[in-house]
Design a protein around this ligand. Structure first.
Ligand code: ZN
Length: 317
């Protein structure tokens, strides 16, 4: 059977006569578990393992049972967020057939789908792979997840994109993979403002460069307790007061777990200021520093006090 056959027939599997295509033992355990019966849409940036797990939960199967039922062989063991599920091309095709979602749509939503594309394999294979700490997904907004899971679960993991640090609609964020619950952000409303400013900033051609530079500086200030310490401490205290799990349930300190969130408004203000600096004529470092200080609501920024900031603003181009 060719790959196209599998997809086409799986896509048509709601038609009773063709239901047998992907039906194996796992499906037979649950009478309603025909492919495509339950619509479980992927979240943007969702980890492959998270989507497969939500799908399994919706069908009341375990993850191995679901893969088995979809004709995908599973190797290894793993858990979110420390490991990710890698599917080869044929397995991704099977998943697309099962969810009745065209593969290009699925690939767009699931950034890690088909990362190791061994197309020479005719078998459909899924493999658990460990992820480095910096590569691990974070918890997605529980309400968005519930909405996209037929109410079956509120747990999902997404690979973080800088401009999707929080859900502005439900005021939740998970700035660190070590957080097993999301952080409720309603006590810090400036985060929503920062989120919207960030979306507008993305239209600027230098948005990514500016954000990266700004985040490096604010992270350094935060770690070295410089310039904005009082403001950030107040914000962190508010987040901790409304999210007891930040202080109680984790091995890492809330200071570290919430860092990206606490500094987010200033990171975005900083990034935005950087994109407004004229590119060709080089304004004096002193002038730029006072502009940044003004935008951040600081009386001043000493020009010699901060190596990285000075390096960033001193033209080398
Ligand atoms: Zn949400």
């Amino acid at each position: 059977m060719s790959r196209t056959d599998i997809t086409d027939r799986a896509a048509a599997a709601a038609v009773p006569a063709q239901r047998g295509v992907l039906t194996t033992q796992a499906w037979l355990q649950v009478p309603s578990a025909a492919p495509g019966v339950l619509r479980v849409r992927p979240l943007t940036g969702e980890a492959t393992a998270s989507y497969v797990q939500r799908l399994a939960t919706a069908y009341r199967l375990t993850l191995p049972q679901l893969l088995h039922g979809a004709g995908i062989a599973l190797t290894g063991h793993g858990n979110l967020p420390a490991a990710e599920l890698h599917l080869n091309h044929n397995a991704a095709q099977h998943l697309a057939g099962l969810t009745r979602t065209p593969l290009p749509h699925l690939t767009r939503a699931l950034p890690r789908l088909v990362t190791d594309d061994d197309t020479h394999h005719t078998a459909a294979i899924a493999r658990w792979k460990r992820l480095e700490a910096g590569q691990q997904p974070v918890r997605a907004c529980t309400l968005c997840t519930r909405h996209r899971s037929q109410n079956a679960t509120d747990t999902a993991w997404v690979h973080p994109a800088p401009h999707r640090l929080m859900c502005p609609r439900h005021q939740q964020a998970a700035p660190d993979p070590r957080l097993t619950s999301t952080v409720r952000t309603w006590a810090v409303p400036e985060l929503v403002t920062a989120h919207h400013t960030h979306q507008r900033l993305l239209r600027h051609p230098r948005a990514t460069t500016a954000w990266t530079a700004a985040r490096a500086i604010t992270t350094r200030w935060y770690d070295h307790q410089q310039h904005l310490t009082h403001r950030w401490h107040t914000r962190l205290t508010r987040l901790c007061a409304t999210n007891p799990h930040l202080t109680t349930t984790h091995s890492a300190s809330p200071t570290l777990l919430a860092r990206d969130l606490v500094t987010y408004p200033e990171t975005i203000t900083f990034a935005r200021t950087l994109t407004t600096l004229p590119r060709q004529q080089h304004p004096s470092v002193g002038h730029t520093l006072s502009l940044i200080a003004h935008r951040l609501g600081l009386p001043r920024l000493a020009s010699n006090a901060n190596g990285p900031l000075r390096a960033l603003l001193t033209p080398t181009r």
